[in-house]
Write a protein that binds this ligand. Structure first.
Ligand code: RB5
Length: 145
């Protein structure tokens, strides 16, 4: 199960990605927002991120205008490793090397075609582990300072 959330700036892109997830028969839970009415991205990020941390959802896809604000909020949630991506290489390597569990994208930055490519590689790339495991453990240690 994939968690989805967006603010008003990411709402339209979330809806486009949902259509692709439907076509791929990938199950998701949409935590909103459900219109272009203004909402605060931190309020939306926490809903999807809590679902990842609890284990209800395996990963989350988050959307705001730039992808940046919602990624900043997501990374404040203990256990979340969120990556804001607008290129294919980053979306792939944040899975391989960072074991990112949240992909953030900007609805005012990337078009639907690119966003779908980013989601596809993000959802279908496994973490490499090895030396990268130690590094993500050090990220987790920062949560305890
Ligand atoms: C909302 O206007 C906008 O600031 C938000 O979607 C996002 O781009 C923030 O990082």
């Amino acid at each position: 199960m994939i968690a989805l959330a967006a603010d008003h700036g990411g709402y339209a892109l979330k809806e486009e990605v949902k259509q692709w997830l439907d076509s791929q028969k990938i199950a998701y839970k949409d935590f909103g927002t459900h219109s272009t009415d203004s909402v605060d991205y931190a309020d939306m990020a926490v809903l999807a991120c809590d679902a990842v941390v609890s284990g209800e959802c395996e990963k989350a896809l988050l959307f705001c205008g730039t992808g940046i604000g919602i990624s900043m909020a997501a990374n404040k949630v203990r256990g979340i490793r969120a990556a804001c991506c607008s290129d294919y290489f980053s979306a792939k390597y944040t899975r391989l090397h960072n074991d990112a569990n949240v992909l953030c994208m900007g609805g005012r930055v990337v078009g639907a075609g690119l966003a779908i490519e980013l989601v596809d590689i993000f959802l279908h790339t496994e973490f490499e582990g090895g030396r990268h495991q130690r590094r993500i453990e050090k990220i987790a240690q920062l949560e305890n300072r």
